[in-house]
Design a protein around this ligand. Structure first.
Ligand SMILES: CC(=O)N[C@@H](CCC[C@H](N)C(=O)O)C(=O)O
Length: 376
């Protein structure tokens, strides 16, 4: 357990997607169980884990949340501890987030905190979203495990190690997944007039979707409509009967999300008429914005300003999504970016966050959770 670097690399080898984190859960549990003390309680929820470290003189319960899932990306880093799961990778830093959370369990098992600390190893952040159902379960089945305030971090490739960046109010955007299925009529490539070609229909729809942000959203507002995956057809000489667009929507407000969905509906309807096909829309899962509570965000920034080896930065909001927003919708708390100093961005197959961030963040978060108070 002492070697957190080794643990991070072991976790890096076994990325699993949302609610399939069985190996990850087993690995984490094996370590957590070794750290058990009479004042530590371990609970399991689906593929997640909740570790409660009872305080020596508890006035309240402070929560720390880490996400535990990986992404369906083929790794391209060339490191010796590359993912052993073909086509999957920890490309969003959750291996780092988990390692820091394990380090916290270790630190609190060595020295009991005064207040109760609850550490949530939460599945499925990348999708379909584990925070909402986890919190619903806590509220209905285990209200004793609901914290009074909660915090979390996320690695930020663009900042140097030691940067703690956050702000009061919105840190991350509202998100909604987007799946559009087009059904036409396939046939021989040499007889297009007898078909309804869904490759052409989907290509046009994809371009039109890009006009929503540029033509319908107020330029002083911000929004994103990204199509990350487009599929159609079977082979080169058959006209495609089906096509599918998969993407995500990001907005700064619930109103803009509504407007974008209205425009998507209109453009899909227009595609049906123009290409004589059927278009269906599915919005998959959506995440509420990450809205940092003012006292908690300021407590983090003030503490970072005083903590040796870290730099506080009051940063602008980002269009990233995070289901931690569901925790912050109901509980006071805050999330922060932590510098990872890597040339490649989140969700890139070559991302290699700087491992020095583990030690810096472990120290910072441990001390912050020990001194944090709910009052001003
Ligand atoms: C931190 C991060 O990268 N989060 C993801 C959250 C995904 C939300 C959902 N699956 C969607 O695509 O809308 C992100 O892509 O921002």
């Amino acid at each position: 357990m002492e070697n957190l670097l080794e643990i991070r690399r072991e976790l890096h080898k076994i990325p699993e997607i949302g609610f399939q984190e069985e190996k990850t859960q087993k690995y984490l549990l094996a370590i957590i169980e070794k750290l058990w003390k009479p004042y530590i309680q371990i609970d399991v929820w689906r593929t997640g884990i909740i570790v409660t470290i009872k305080g020596s003189d508890p006035q309240f319960k402070v929560g720390w949340r880490t996400d535990i899932d990986g992404l369906p990306i083929q790794e391209n880093t060339g490191v010796s501890y590359e993912s052993e799961h073909q086509g999957f990778m920890h490309a969003c830093g959750h291996d780092f987030h988990m390692t820091i959370a394990l380090g916290l369990v270790q630190a609190f098992s060595k020295k009991q905190p005064e207040n109760t600390v609850i550490i949530y190893f939460q599945p499925a952040e990348e999708g379909p979203g584990g925070a909402k159902p986890m919190l619903e379960w806590l509220r209905s089945e285990r209200p004793d495990l609901v914290p009074d305030a909660i915090f979390a971090l996320h690695i930020a490739p663009e900042y140097p190690v030691g940067t703690i960046a956050t702000r009061a109010g919105m840190l991350f955007a509202n998100t909604s997944e987007l799946f559009i299925d087009l059904k036409g009529f396939g046939g021989h490539a040499a007889y297009p007039h007898n078909t309804r070609d869904m490759t052409v229909a989907a290509a046009n729809l994809m371009i039109q979707l890009q006009t929503i942000v540029s033509r319908n959203i107020n330029p002083l507002d911000s929004a994103v409509v990204t199509i990350g995956k487009m599929t159609s057809g079977t082979v080169q000489n058959i006209i495609a009967e089906n096509a599918r667009l998969e993407g995500t929507i990001r907005t700064m407000s619930a109103e803009s999300m509504k407007l974008i969905k209205k425009r998507i509906k209109a453009l899909c309807r227009a595609t049906e008429i123009a290409y004589e096909c059927e278009v269906t829309i599915d919005y998959g899962s959506s995440y509420y914005q990450v809205e940092n509570e003012t006292h908690c965000a300021h407590a983090l920034l003030d503490f970072a300003e005083r903590f040796p080896g870290v730099d506080a930065y009051e940063c602008p909001p980002a269009m990233t999504g995070e289901d931690f927003g569901f925790f912050l919708k109901e509980l006071p708390g805050a999330m922060f970016w932590t510098g990872a100093n890597t040339a490649y961005g989140l969700h890139h197959s070559a991302i290699q966050p700087d491992e020095d961030l583990i030690a810096v963040n472990l120290q910072f978060v441990e001390h912050f959770l020990r001194i944090f108070t709910l009052s001003e």
